[in-house]
Design a protein around this ligand. Structure first.
Ligand SMILES: [Zn+2]
Length: 160
């Protein structure tokens, strides 16, 4: 059995246990593993990549990384466990109309903000520092729209 956890929660717990590790390095590795997972890239043995394990080891599945057959309460990023819809994302039509929140792409699939890569431009933007909920949503929508573009452009950019 997996113990589902959000990226933020996992980062917090992991850094508490491993204070010498860098948060941004850990996050980049988690995002890269999740990215591969979402693209359908598998472990060499053919099983799904274990995101949490792949953050601190070469990308692989739970069995290849730990040598154990099944997880017993080991952490896995919740987003990778939710396999509904395309790429494991929920479709707006499957959701309770009263509880629809968050972001959706043009096809109606839910967008997980944690899965959107933050362009380097954002790192020097005023809005990236402690944004409120609405700003963060707009930033994420803009990032998601340009996910396949080589150069990220932003009309709301404000230099720090
Ligand atoms: Zn494997």
């Amino acid at each position: 059995m997996w113990n589902p956890i959000s990226i933020d929660q996992f980062v917090k717990i992991h850094l508490k246990k491993n204070p010498n590790e860098k948060e941004n390095v850990l996050r980049v590795r988690l995002e890269a593993a999740l990215d591969d997972y979402n693209k359908g890239i598998k472990c060499n043995c053919g099983k799904d990549i274990w995101i949490v394990g792949s953050a601190t080891a070469p990308f692989g599945c739970f069995s290849c990384i730990t040598g154990k057959d099944h997880p017993r309460g080991d952490y896995e990023i919740d987003f990778a466990l939710d396999k509904r819809g395309k790429d494991g994302r929920r479709h707006i039509d499957e959701m309770d109309p009263c509880k629809i929140s968050g972001m959706f792409d043009d096809d109606g699939f839910e967008i997980n903000p944690d899965s959107i890569r933050k362009p380097s431009l954002c790192m020097t933007c005023l809005r990236n520092v402690d944004p409120d909920w609405e700003e963060e949503l707009l930033c994420n929508l803009n990032r998601n729209d340009q996910v396949d573009e080589e150069e990220f452009k932003c009309g709301a950019y404000e230099k720090l």
